[in-house]
Design a protein around this ligand. Structure first.
Ligand code: MG
Length: 219
């Protein structure tokens, strides 16, 4: 073992599948369409409103609830129209996850429905012990402390023995402060061609997630 990590926390979107996938495009369009519908505007107006909601409330969903009292399930209705078949199984990642010692969780600002559909298509469902979504976090998203604390409490996680992997640096700052090992997924190849790099104690940058998981768990 190269680390004493016994809890593995993985973001979903653009972490368990590549950024630039057709799914990301559908998600963006679905959220913008929802905002346009609820706020009575076109997609251009929705883009501006969405940026404001995210800046002020962390996510469009929470912003829509606070400013327009919109039902979260109604807001998330767009997920039912997403075509998840654009994702394909990732056997290398499945094998790397299966080999990890300890528990594995998905920690996402999306919904459980979205996570279940995506994990199913990627062939990763059975490799996770739980999904913590935006509804479980009472609609408070990453990177807020309320969200992280609710997640850690729910699954009785010791941050000192946990690793968190996400494609957004802002989501990793607090976990790192709490003592977690953190890894930022970047989709650009590294300058020297290596699949992962340690940039500080307990801080990593990762291009090849299966390779990194194998390394950190000492396989
Ligand atoms: Mg992400």
């Amino acid at each position: 073992m190269r680390s004493d990590v016994d809890t593995w926390i993985l973001d979903l979107d653009n972490t368990l599948y590549p950024a630039g996938s057709a799914l990301a495009e559908q998600l963006t369009h679905g959220i913008l369409s929802a905002v346009a519908g609820f706020y009575g505007t076109d997609l251009t107006g929705a883009r501006r409103i969405q940026a404001e909601l995210v800046a002020q409330y962390g996510t469009s969903l929470r912003g829509a609830m606070v400013t327009r009292n919109i039902d979260p399930h109604e807001f998330l209705g767009f997920e039912r129209r997403i075509d998840y078949t654009v994702l394909t199984p990732d056997p290398a990642l499945a094998a790397a996850l299966a080999a990890l010692p300890g528990r594995r969780f998905v920690y996402t600002n999306g919904s459980v429905y979205h996570a279940e559909q995506a994990l199913g298509r990627l062939g990763l469902t059975t490799h996770f012990d739980g999904v913590f979504d935006i509804l479980a976090g009472d609609l408070i998203p990453k990177p807020y402390a309320e969200s992280l604390d609710a997640f850690l409490t729910r699954f009785a996680i010791d941050p000192a023995r946990a690793a968190m992997i996400d494609d957004l640096e802002v989501n990793l700052a607090l976990p790192h402060e709490r003592g977690m090992t953190t890894a930022l997924i970047t989709h650009e190849p590294s300058a020297d061609g290596t699949p992962y790099q340690q940039i500080a104690p307990k801080r990593w940058q990762v291009q090849d997630l299966p390779a990194f998981l194998g390394y950190l768990s000492g396989q």
